[in-house]
Design a protein around this ligand. Sequence first.
Ligand code: TYM
Length: 359
Amino acid sequence: AERVLSGVQPTGSLHLGNYLGAIRQWVDFQNNEQKDDEGNVIPVEKFFCVVDLHAITMPHDPKELRESTLSSAALYIAAGIDPAKSNIFVQSHVPAHSELTWLLNCITPLNWLERMIQFKEKAKKQGESVGVGLLTYPCLMAADIILYQATKVPVGEDQRQHLELTRDIVRRFNDMFCKGNPYKKRCREAGIPSRPVFIEPDAIIMKEGARVMSLTDGTNKMSKSDANDASRINVLDPPQTIRDKIKRCKTDSLEGIEWDNPERPEATNLLNIYLAVQPGRTKEDILEEVSEMSWGQFKPLLAEAVVNHLQPIQERYYEVRNDEEKLNRILKDGADAANAVAQQTLFASKIAMGFVTPT
Ligand code: TYM
């Protein structure tokens, strides 16, 4: 069986970048069967995690963490993640994530972490008060993935570097600890197979939606941490808010609308969004429709396309979020399934490192 794992941080509300770059792909993974060369269906187990431990690497408000965590889980379901087909769980409900992170912290060279782009950017904003957690954040992310032996990790472009680091950590761990006769002997005694403990995951990054840019600057990615809410479309923004944000978003003064002109990042971004929220349409057919329009003509079309795409998700969201008992049950089942797998991997990694296990 293959395993897929991914997650979103519950910091504030999820935006169109999180949805188009990540969650929408997860739904595709869930709903499309994977087949091998002979056409046999490959069973795929899916784990979708609300990564609340990641959300505390920047200063956070405890009240908001709770609501954002439940709200993110509800949004996964509203966007099409089906608890009958995928395991949905909260990262902090599976203690193995924190425990494996410590083991990884101890074998990861400091300079691997210091060169992470996201660390450098976020640390700059934090100045002197930057927490150690922000630095070791990629070890936690690696733990999330490799605890489940995930082979595929559907994410947006900005996570590519973290996935590369995860692969480096996997190789380093397997090289350091999963070789030779003493390792084989420890495994035999523990009654587990003596193979390399971790598997190298592949990042799965879709072309469309992999990088949704800010509405106020087409050269910056849409992000939860931008202080200006008008820079992003939140998945739960009411229709009028979406219309207003698009009406006011940055454009340029050139005539017509074109794709992939490096001088016109806003045009490319808005066209990408227009394409992504209308599955089934192609770039060619969209260009035919809009390339000669003015911004004043195009913007209302874009706004309605986004509103129409998000409307059914928003409706389902409020149903799911308002039945907290059911939501908690789903998260409990997800955590039970996740714990069962994660415990086994954690056990194997401790045997590899030479820990004495309790008898
Ligand atoms: P986070 O919470 O910043 O973002 C969640 C997902 O959304 C994608 N994304 C975007 N995609 C396109 N355009 C954008 N503007 C945009 N902004 C965000 C991200 O690429 C991501 O896929 N470290 C991760 C969370 C994480 C994780 C994991 C992911 C923790 N553990 C294990 C995969 C597997 C993060 O901060 O994502």
